[in-house]
Design a binder for this molecule. Structure first.
Ligand code: G3H
Ligand code: 13P
Ligand code: ZN
Length: 334
């Protein structure tokens, strides 16, 4: 058993309380490799932002869970080297799908876990989530639960259709389970194809897809039922057109990729939404930068020469999210 506290990590309780009161959101960025982690830590440390490092089941399979945990421990030291004397870094399991997986993360030093029982019948979601909470809280590890289903296809997260969170369930769910935060479904979805073209309109000038707005009325209802309770938005990449264009220009094929407009995320960040999950935008920035080098410098074969520019572009993207979308810059407690 390793406590995250001995690794210099923090749970999400305090950062969420401050974010709700301050009208901003904490960035939750997924990482699978060293370059993503470096870019996240550089961006959050230089901007003095709390940050949540998210590890999905797919990331654990790709990179090895032990290695990822040690990388997060190293990230705390790296943040200090960058001049951030009191970093607030949470290590969070993204979309945990079983008690055993959540327990293993708690036991190895994660400071926060998500138990995603959103595809289960309601009562089973409650029972599983409560079991994880009861275990995690013994070690002061915070727990995120989910109600409602996000559409989207990722390696490990698959759902054909989205179902908005039912506001009438949220009080019962949070009080029965004791979760610290609640992920909800209000129209976001995972991946770079968040909406089908038939769900969107087209901008007559650019020909680009314009996605339907998020269901802020559902969010409002939820906030009325749970005043001041930390709400989480998954599937919140905005799929920046400049990266999609860059990928397509340099030989990629991402037709009609579409994300959540940043002004809607900004609006959400000012409410009780205090954690915003972003993964796909990092994948897009990485891929765009690598493709550019491959096309412009076909003789290049040193991975540092294409992973380096990818890291730089991700850092720029993370900084933009922190400052212009989430508003979490200069929000460290000390
Ligand atoms: O919510 C899903 C995350 O983007 C993780 O995706 O399962 O492909 O690692 P992944
Ligand atoms: P995106 O695919 O929109 O980046 O969502 C990531 C996410 O929700 C991770 O849990
Ligand atoms: Zn997610």
């Amino acid at each position: 058993m390793v406590s995250y506290k001995t690794l210099g990590l923090v749970n999400t309780r305090d950062m969420f309380a401050r974010a709700i009161n301050g009208g901003y959101a904490i960035p939750a960025f997924n990482f699978n490799n060293m370059e993503q982690l470096q870019a996240i830590i550089k961006a959050s440390s230089e901007l003095k932002s709390p940050v949540i490092l998210q590890v999905s089941k797919g990331a654990r399979n790709y990179a090895n869970q032990t290695l990822l945990r040690y990388m997060a421990e190293g990230a705390v030291q790296y943040a200090k080297e960058l001049g951030c004397n009191h970093p607030e870094i949470a290590l969070h399991l993204d979309h945990g799908d079983s008690f055993e997986l959540c327990k293993s993360c708690v036991d190895m030093g994660f400071s926060s876990v998500m138990i995603d029982g959103s595809s289960l019948p309601y009562d089973e979601n409650v029972a599983l989530t409560k079991k994880v909470v009861d275990y995690a809280h013994q070690y002061d590890v915070t727990v995120e639960g989910e109600l409602g289903v996000l559409a989207g296809v990722e390696d490990e997260v698959v759902a054909e259709e989205s179902h908005y969170t039912k506001p009438e369930e949220v009080i019962d769910f949070t009080s029965k389970t004791g979760v610290d935060s609640l992920a909800i479904s209000i129209g976001t979805s995972h991946g770079a194809y968040k909406f089908k073209p038939e769900q969107c309109t087209r901008d007559p000038k650019t020909g680009r897809l314009v996605p339907p707005p998020l269901a802020f009325d559902v969010l409002d209802e939820i906030m009325k039922k749970l005043p001041g309770f930390p709400i989480v938005l998954h599937g919140s990449s905005s799929v920046p057109q400049e990266y999609v264009d860059m990928i397509n220009k340099y030989g990629g094929k991402l037709p009609d990729a579409v994300g959540i407009p940043e002004e809607q995320l900004r609006k959400a960040a000012k409410s009780a939404v205090c954690k915003i999950n972003i993964d796909s935008d990092s994948r897009l920035a990485f891929t765009a930068a690598v493709r550019k080098v491959f096309v412009e410098k076909p003789a290049e074969f040193d991975p540092r020469k294409y992973c380096g520019p990818a890291r730089d572009l991700m850092e720029e993207m993370y900084k933009h999210k922190i400052i212009d979308v989430l508003g979490s810059d200069n929000k460290l407690a000390q």
